[in-house]
Design a protein around this ligand. Structure first.
Ligand code: TXA
Ligand code: MG
Length: 321
């Protein structure tokens, strides 16, 4: 049996299949099967109050999952699908409430990965899938990461190689008077604004809408990660060395020539938001798994193309004491 057929058969019998997407790997179940979807929450240790994204094969399938679809949704779909953009729309009555965490809104996207698109077409249904990590942890961008995160609780991993984008999709809420970005990603507010020809607003703390990731720790390594401006990073490094702490560094600068026994690993990142995003989670895993006690990360630039990676780093970081 070929792997697509195998994955489809498992999904149809209520099993969990990890799917490759261009952003991160998803932990998928048949979106119409409530019992299978419950297994996703159990496998991740994710509270039932946090809704899932439904992955669909094409824009035509949007009306199977959502109603009263605004014109903006079609404009954005035409511009960015298949691709790293999730739309929040009004839920179709046939969508099981477990997928939307009881809400009357639904999240949908067409992912841009040839294997998953093939699988979705073969299924003729939707796949409900959050990122395939344990709750609050770093999202997986390779099949090996999925296995590390979920082990036996996933029935099959569809191996689509490393993810090309590397951070999760941009999420846009389309039910308000203006489009609202709930989560930053590689598609920026300006990209969206350009397509819609209208103002796009950003999610602010305290908004009534269930905001993805929320303010709690998320996308996080298990050891402390401190996010610092370039000029503060050096001081922090010295302070930690004096305190005899072992450190890993993720910076735009080259590793200092003089070795220091307390600096275990120094990774130099490209000054390009796309390449940075593609490598981010993979490298955070490397630094989380080595023997250092903490991770120092140089703050990326404040400009718009960096908002996605900056958001993930902020959620992964701890306050500086
Ligand atoms: O790139 C991605 O979006 C990846 C791949 C696998 O598609 N998926 C992903 O799923 O990041 P997850 O569950 O890790 O993050 C989705 C976020 C959650 O924080 C959830 O709260 C939010 O989307 N979400 C889902 N449905 C929603 C809804 N109806 N209203 C508001 N937020 C929603
Ligand atoms: Mg996630």
């Amino acid at each position: 049996m070929d792997i697509i057929e195998q994955a489809a058969t498992l999904l149809q019998s209520g099993k969990l299949v990890a799917i490759p997407t261009e952003t991160v790997y998803g932990l998928g179940a048949d979106a119409k099967n409530s019992i299978a979807v419950q297994k996703i929450y159990d496998a991740k240790g994710r509270p039932n109050t946090n809704p899932l994204i439904i992955h669909i094969p094409n824009v035509g399938a949007m009306s199977d999952w959502a109603i009263d679809i605004p014109e903006d949704a079609y404009l954005l779909a035409a511009a960015f699908w298949p691709g790293p953009l999730t739309l929040i729309l009004k839920r179709h009555p046939s969508v099981p409430l477990i997928v939307t965490a009881g809400q009357d809104t639904v999240a949908v996207r067409v992912p841009n990965h040839p294997l998953t698109l093939k699988l979705l077409k073969r299924l003729g249904s939707g796949i409900a899938a959050p990122s395939a990590n344990r709750y609050g942890r770093i999202s997986p961008t390779t099949p090996e990461h999925v296995l590390e995160e979920l082990g036996n609780s996933v029935d099959f991993i569809l191996d689509g190689g490393p993810c090309a984008v590397g951070i999760e999709s941009t999420i846009v809420y389309l039910l308000g008077s203006k489009p609202l970005i709930l989560r930053e990603g590689s598609i920026s507010g300006s990209n969206i604004q350009q397509v819609l020809g209208k103002e796009v607003i950003k999610s602010i703390e305290g908004l009534e809408i269930r905001s993805p990731g929320s303010s709690s720790s998320h996308y996080a390594p298990s050891k402390p990660l401190y996010l610092l401006e370039k000029e503060d990073l050096h001081d922090m490094l010295l302070k930690l060395i004096q305190a005899r702490k072992t450190i890993s560094v993720l910076s735009f600068s080259e590793k200092p020539i003089r070795p220091n026994p307390f600096v275990f690993e120094w990774i130099t990142f490209p000054y390009d938001p796309g390449q940075y995003a593609q490598q981010l989670y993979q490298q955070l895993r490397v630094l989380d798994e080595n023997d250092s006690e903490c991770i120092l990360v140089e703050m990326p630039p404040a400009s718009e193309p960096w908002l996605g990676v900056k958001d993930r780093l902020q959620r992964a970081s701890r306050p500086i004491k």
